[in-house]
Design a binder for this molecule. Structure first.
Ligand code: GCB
Length: 607
């Protein structure tokens, strides 16, 4: 390679790996132009549009060959050779997974290229423009008008790329390669118990901001004084210093002015003696308006405190029992990956009908509608990072990836009153490497958000070798604020009668949550309660488990597994599972099983 080529290659690599999202506050309520709808797509299992025949990425070439799909090339004459054509391809709906949209892609794990063409006129010449993806699973490479604008790893969190200087008024083409191949070092790793839905699974938006805009804010009640609102706001752009920022809460007659410091930041400190606290019974949210000389954004925010004291969870200083259920992000309407307001509404309404005041959003960040609705409906939420089972604990880039995904969900949801728990991981082995990994992650989370509780779904074990006495023996239990664990006594661990024989000896003075228990049942299958897959078996397991866990002194709530049956390639038993995990209290068709009413009765009688 000539020197020029080497320098160019270096610059390209540098710019690609460093293309990073700029934080933009409150996308949910900002004006946007939607890029949802029909996109042309090319299924590319050999990544022919990405690598040349020497398996070198086209994007590393000084001038990428026209065979690179992101150049969107067309033959210039009848003798010209171009072996693809986006515009002659079929189209696919964005947002959605590809598996349930296209029969041929049901089991597909690999690369798919998407193309969308659009015109765009900025409102103001000086404004900035970003392409914002609410999520896309898993590895996403994005190109605008033939140039790479960035890459993102992770299937469940938002990211954006600034395109201010690449955007044209007419005939822009946005090309996105989405690759959902499972990889050992990824987060999650190769093995999960859910469907690896691929594609641009959430909305794509064009966001236009003023040159200097409100990039981030976090406001909440002061931990020590619930008559005081504290937090920060920061600007992004060239005029960030010494700018006036107004924070307004009209319903409380609050309007306070601040000046940004040398970093473009204000520290917010407002006394609010008349504030009505957000709670599950009264989910009061306030309209909060943030204004600068060039930008304004309006959010709806609830104010509450969450803490633990000994084995109690305190919401606004009062003890609360978390009556929960675990939920996967699968659409009760279309049957694929859930992404719409209607999907979220149905899932949370079922949870409320069950008597829940709390949901565990497993095993990855769900779409933002869930959190916005939970705020309005008064449902407390556990949010979870997809650190699941056996990821590469020793790999630094796996750690960075897990940390990045966690930082993106904290960034998106840190102003949501409903969110009370950040969960680091699910059912992970207690090795030294894992302990270090999770401890670092927890420390990082506390730095980002000291107002919420940290947990992880741990595993239980025998107490001093006695299989009839169960305990938590895990160094990470020292780190968490809430001690959560999954247990399947009566399903993977013996049969249901065993529940009566078990006692608990948990030696931590911390609130305990059972993050999972459950049994598989096929809706409509009836028979003796001792026979697996009958609705009666599941009902019986709930009855016995509820009696068993009630004996745990520190019990502060639970979230059984799971609200609705969900797709999993690990669940192959014909006529029963047929690729569904059947531990739902509701079938994928919306039919309620008997155990739904068992849990409902328990919750209705519980304060
Ligand atoms: C678990 C996992 C969950 C599985 C569930 C099951 O412990 O956390 O992801 O789906 O068990 O059904 O086996």
């Amino acid at each position: 390679m000539k020197i020029k080529g080497i320098v160019f290659f270096f610059l390209i690599t540098l710019s690609i790996s460093h293309a990073q999202s700029v934080s933009i506050s409150n996308i949910y309520n900002r004006e946007y132009t939607s890029l949802n709808g029909q996109w042309n797509y090319i299924v590319d299992p050999y990544e022919n549009g990405f690598y040349n025949y020497r398996y070198e990425p086209f994007e590393n070439q000084e001038i990428p060959e026209r065979s690179a799909f992101f150049t969107n090339s067309k033959p210039t004459s009848k003798s010209d050779l171009i072996e693809y054509d986006f515009d002659k391809m079929d189209s696919i709906t964005v947002p959605s997974d590809w598996n349930t949209q296209k029969e041929k892609l049901y089991y597909y794990e690999g690369s798919v290229w998407y193309k969308k063409s659009f015109d765009y006129t900025k409102k103001e010449h000086s404004n900035r423009v970003f392409i914002y993806f609410e999520a896309s699973n898993y590895k996403t490479d994005v190109y605008l008008n033939g140039k790479k604008i960035g890459q993102h790893l992770g299937g469940f969190t938002p990211f954006n790329f600034e395109v201010t200087h690449l955007l044209k008024e007419k005939e822009n083409f946005l090309i996105t390669k989405v690759d959902n191949k499972r990889e050992k070092d990824a987060v999650p790793t190769l093995n999960t118990d859910w469907w690896n839905y691929g594609g641009i699974t959430r909305d794509v938006k064009i966001i236009e901001t003023s040159e200097t805009f409100i990039s981030d804010y976090f406001i909440h009640l002061d931990k020590e004084n619930s008559k005081k609102i504290t937090g920060y706001l920061s600007l992004n752009g060239t005029h960030i210093i010494d700018q006036e920022v107004t924070v307004e809460i009209p319903a409380l007659k609050i309007k306070k002015r601040f000046k940004t410091d040398a970093n473009g930041k204000i520290n917010i400190d407002i006394s609010a003696s008349k504030i009505k606290l957000w709670s599950t019974k009264n989910p009061q949210v306030y309209k909060v308006i943030f204004t600068t000389a060039t930008d304004t954004t309006t959010d709806e925010i609830g104010f509450r405190t969450i803490a633990t004291k000994g084995a109690d969870i305190l919401l606004n200083g009062k003890k609360i029992f978390l009556k929960g259920i675990s939920i996967h992000e699968e659409s009760p309407i279309t049957g694929g990956r859930g992404n719409s307001l209607a999907d979220s509404k149905q899932l949370l309404e079922w949870a409320q009908e069950l008597g829940c005041n709390y949901v565990r959003l497993a095993h990855y960040p769900h779409n933002e509608h869930m959190l916005r609705l939970a705020d309005k409906m008064g449902i407390l939420v556990w949010e979870e990072n997809p650190v699941y089972w056996t990821i590469s604990w020793d790999n630094e880039s796996t750690y960075d990836n897990a940390k990045n995904q966690l930082s993106e969900v904290i960034q998106r949801d840190k102003n949501r009153a409903s969110v009370i728990i950040w969960s680091m991981a699910n059912e992970t082995p207690t090795t030294d490497a894992r302990n270090t990994f999770l401890t670092r992650l927890a420390k990082y989370t506390k730095e980002q958000d000291p107002t919420r509780l940290i947990s992880a779904a741990l595993e239980q074990s025998n107490y001093e070798g006695n299989p009839l006495v169960r305990t938590i023996h895990d160094p990470f239990a020292e780190v968490v604020d809430i001690l959560s664990f999954n247990q399947y006594i009566g399903w993977y661990d013996g049969t249901i009668e065993k529940c009566q024989t078990i006692s608990w000896n948990i030696q931590y003075n911390k609130p305990v949550l059972i993050s999972e228990f459950g049994a598989g049942a096929k809706f409509g299958l009836h028979g003796p309660k001792e026979e697996r897959w009958n609705e009666e078996y599941q009902e019986y397991l709930y009855e016995e488990t509820l009696k068993m866990i009630d004996k745990i002194d520190q019990l502060s709530g639970f979230s059984p597994w799971i609200l609705v049956d969900f797709r999993s390639p690990r669940r192959l038993l014909p006529e029963i599972q047929d690729e569904y995990n059947r531990k739902g209290l509701i079938s994928e068709k919306g039919e309620k099983k008997k155990a739904f009413y068992t849990l409902q009765k328990y919750y209705n009688n519980k304060n």
